[in-house]
Structures are given as C-alpha cells and as structure tokens.
Design a protein around this ligand. Structure first.
Ligand code: 5GP
Length: 226
C-alpha cells in the first residue's frame, strides 16, 4: 500500500499545471518550486522548437522534427499538444503515467490549451495561471531576456494577449510581481500544500485510521479488533 508523503501527508501524488504568458517568469517560479522541499518532479515535453543555448539538456524538453512529433501524437505517445509560435509542444504520455503511478507531485509548465486539456483528463489537477502586474512589464521581460528575435517576440506578445483573456479557465491566479518571484513561488507552494490535504489525495491509507476512530467507544478506548 502507498504510504503518505512524510512532508505533505498525502498518499496520492498531485498534478500541478503552471501556465501564463511567455515572459511572465514561469521558468523561474518552476525552478524555485523544484528546489523546495515539497518533492515536486517536472513533467517532460516533446517539442519541434529549435533548442535555445540556455535550454537544459533533456530536463524539460526532448527535441524532434514535426514528422516524428506527429507520429508520436497519432500513436498516443503524446497526451496533449499545442501549436505555439509555429512550433509543436506536447506532454510525453509514458513519463507522466510513470510519475502518476509512483504517487509523485508533478509540475507541468504548459500553455493555456495544455492546462485545459490536463484538467479535462485529470479533473483533480490544480491549474495555476501566473500573470504579470502589467502588460508593459511583460514586454520588458520578454525583450530583456534576449533569447528571441523581434519577430518571435511579437508572435509571443500576441499569444500572451490571447492567453491572458483565458485566466478564468484556471483554478488559481498568482501575480508574479517584479522583483518578488519568491512570493509568487511561495503562493504556488501554499496552494500545493493545501491541495495535499484534499480527501481525494488520501487514498486507502487512512481507511484504517478512520475505522479505528469509528470503533472506539465514548471514552476513547479502542475496541480490540481481530
Ligand atoms: P517555450 O518555447 O518558451 O519553452 O514554450 C512556449 C510555450 O509552450 C510556453 O507557454 C510553455 O509553457 C508551453 N509548453 C511547453 N511544453 C508544453 C507542452 O507539453 N504542452 C503544452 N500544451 N504547452 C507546452
């Protein structure tokens, strides 16, 4: 039988989707969450986007061409996928399944479509939308990171406008204020800790505990069970 997580008390793992417009700081928040003591693991995606110099090797993405991606999607190896800025991105089914079976707390960094798809497939998943304090701040951050050309930045800003209008599709909204990324990460961590206490996360482990309470008499003496 699966045992409760010593940190959170939950038996079943949780799915936590972090979403938000490009440049809002999802990557930094996710890195902080992975470094926390909560025991998060990151899901892995396939993408046809060209590798950036700062992309960590084989941590967040596996890179492939469009044909391979579509073959995987048709074969069910990709759970959900989206086209973003002319590139395909999709969650790798087998790795997610393994982590779910192992009862892990999984972080998925996805666009709005991905968040909606995961929620449909896993209704108990928690979806969090990170938003900037203003659109100007988003433009400043996107330009400041210097990883995309002006053309790509303009596509991403158009996507950002569309994504921001979908905030009501999410369970939670967290504003990532300039210079306050620790606060945004802490807010997501608080949400995750609360989620660990939901009854749907308890599994069968606590049934013995509940049974023992039901079988105790009025003075609190446990009756002897066979
Ligand atoms: P980037 O090119 O900046 O790494 O990612 C572009 C967008 O694609 C981001 O919003 C990111 O969260 C999203 N994304 C990354 N992987 C996936 C995935 O597997 N599925 C979906 N739906 N979106 C993804």
């Amino acid at each position: 039988m699966a045992m409760p997580n010593s940190e959170t008390g939950a038996v079943r793992g949780g799915l936590f989707v972090i979403s938000g417009p490009s440049g809002v700081g999802k990557g930094t928040v996710v890195t902080k969450l992975l470094e926390s003591d909560f025991g998060f693991v990151r899901s892995r995606s396939m993408t046809t986007r060209p590798r950036r110099p700062l992309d960590p090797n084989d941590v967040k993405y596996s890179f492939c061409d469009r044909e391979t991606f579509m073959q995987m999607a048709v074969g069910g190896q990709i759970l959900e996928y989206t086209e973003y800025g002319g590139n395909l991105y999709g969650t790798i089914t087998s790795l997610l399944d393994e982590d779910i079976k192992a009862g892990k707390n999984i972080l998925l960094e996805l666009d709005v479509n991905g968040a909606v798809a995961i929620k449909e497939r896993f209704p108990t998943a928690v979806t969090v939308c990170l938003l900037p304090e203003s659109f100007e701040e988003l433009v400043r951050r996107l330009r400041g990171r210097g990883t995309e050309s002006e053309d790509v930045i303009s596509v991403r800003l158009n996507e950002a406008r569309r994504e921001i209008t979908h905030f009501y599709d999410f369970d939670y909204i967290v504003i990532n204020r300039s210079g306050k990324v620790d606060e945004a990460a802490q807010a997501v961590l608080d949400i995750a800790r609360l989620d660990s206490m939901r009854s749907c996360r308890m599994g069968d482990f606590y049934s013995d505990y509940i049974k023992s309470i039901c079988e105790s008499d009025a003075e609190g003496q446990l009756s002897i069970r066979e």
